[in-house]
Design a binder for this molecule. Structure first.
Ligand code: NAD
Ligand code: MG
Length: 384
């Protein structure tokens, strides 16, 4: 059986892992749309290699180069925000949402409104839109399959069980590359040090998020929306080996965990084949070689991001979208060498404190909150 698939954010780390899996069973897949922010040459190469029907660059300025690279191939080329949404609205049997940041929200919502199945890696979209996205999923009969490794693990551990029987959901966190650094040293962490993740190879933004622990904060909010057990039943434990990807404890005292190599092709394969299973080229788990699995409580003094995320969930309304937007701006500023590592968290906390916006009730409302919070965060980057 052949299924159609679109990948939003095809040139990124999740995009590459997904395309790697598709290339191993091309007979099963017909590629509809592939997208990128710009990277026209790379996107054209992928579109040709995977015989996509349409390739779209979000940045319209890159469209001429994409057109040129695809001319004579029969592959359609598109550019700009509206083209991205149009490509998502066409629908596919499976849409992989792998754009980084709230920039992925509009196409993800379009795929949901088309009533399709969305494999969601783009956590910022769900964090920002929250109930707006979950309501749209219900209304349009869409299906969300979590690709984020923790949420995919929880999804697997919940299968066949009643969510009412859940006592705890525990998200595991590697702790990131700066896990053992004292507070004073964190101030001077460089970009190279912050993106050097010990276990996972990922895009720059999520790598910085792992170092600040905002990644886990965003994932806490993501879990709150995907698995409605109440945020007081969600916990975070630091597990530096990244072997257990998350766990669900039931009221009878049974804890189910999902284990696997730190390779995103495992959770992506789980979403691609769901509800069945497929082969991956990932090495089997070698527990004797790993030796030890260790756990510790998160240190929210050195890494306050998870505390800010919990507070944003408790506050509800616009707070999670504000947190996400401020973090995106602060991470970009850190990557550009404009601010120190520890300022990321400070800026997010300050924007959350000062940004009291009405609860978003629609996609447009979410985008307004996102824009306003970005604006406030950008103001804080200006030298006083
Ligand atoms: P990446 O930076 O490697 O790739 C991002 C993709 O999004 C690229 O194709 C890029 O062209 C596109 N993009 C960037 N800005 C855009 C914009 N403004 N408009 C449209 N497209 C844009 O990122 P990644 O590591 O693949 O992560 C993608 C998403 O998946 C993120 O939300 C991340 O948190 C999540 N995620 C990633 C991993 C991982 O291992 N990489 C794991 C779990 C979750
Ligand atoms: Mg994750």
């Amino acid at each position: 059986m052949t299924r159609s698939i679109s990948i939003f954010g095809a040139t990124g780390s999740i995009g590459a892992s997904t395309l790697d899996l598709l290339a191993r069973q091309p007979q099963h897949w017909r590629v509809e749309a592939l997208t990128a922010n710009c990277q026209a040459a790379e996107l054209a190469r992928l579109a040709l290699a995977h015989k996509a029907r349409i390739a779209v660059v979000a940045d319209e300025r890159c469209l001429p180069e994409l057109r040129e690279a695809l001319s004579g191939s029969g592959i359609e080329a598109g550019g700009g925000a509206a083209a991205l949404v149009e490509a998502a609205s066409r629908g596919a049997d499976l849409t992989v949402a792998a754009i980084v940041g709230c920039a992925g929200l509009a196409p993800t919502m379009a795929a949901i409104r088309a009533g399709g199945t969305v494999a969601l890696a783009n956590k910022e979209a769900l964090v920002s839109a929250g109930e707006v996205m979950i309501t749209a999923v219900r209304r349009h009969g869409a299906t969300l399959l979590p690709v984020d490794s923790e949420h995919n693990a929880i999804f697997q551990c919940l299968a066949g069980n009643d969510i009412a029987d859940v006592r705890w959901i525990t998200l595991t966190a590697s702790g990131g590359p700066l896990r053992e650094w004292p507070l004073e040293r964190l101030q001077s962490a460089t970009v190279a040090e912050a993106v050097a993740h010990p276990n996972w190879s990922m895009g720059a933004k999520i790598s910085v998020d792992s170092a600040t622990m905002f990644n886990k904060g965003l994932e806490f909010i993501e879990a709150h929306h995907l698995f409605p057990v109440g945020h007081e039943r969600l916990r975070i434990v630091v597990h530096p080996q990244s072997v257990i990807h998350s766990m669900v404890e039931y009221r009878d005292g049974s804890t189910l965990a999902q284990l696997g190599p730190a390779d995103m092709r495992v959770p992506i394969a789980s979403a691609l084949a769901w509800p069945a299973r497929m082969d991956t080229p990932c090495a089997p788990l070698d527990l004797p070689a790993i030796g030890q699995l260790t756990f510790q409580a998160p240190d929210e003094v050195r890494f306050p991001a998870t505390k800010l995320a919990r507070e944003a969930v408790a506050a509800g309304g616009a707070a999670p979208a504000v947190l996400n937007a401020a973090n995106e701006v602060a991470v970009a500023a850190f990557l550009a060498g404009q601010i120190r590592f520890t300022q990321i968290t400070q800026i997010v906390a300050q924007v959350l404190e000062t940004c009291d916006l009405p609860p978003p009730a629609s996609l447009d409302d979410v985008l307004v909150v996102d824009a306003e919070a970005r604006h406030r965060a950008a103001d804080m980057l200006e030298p006083a």
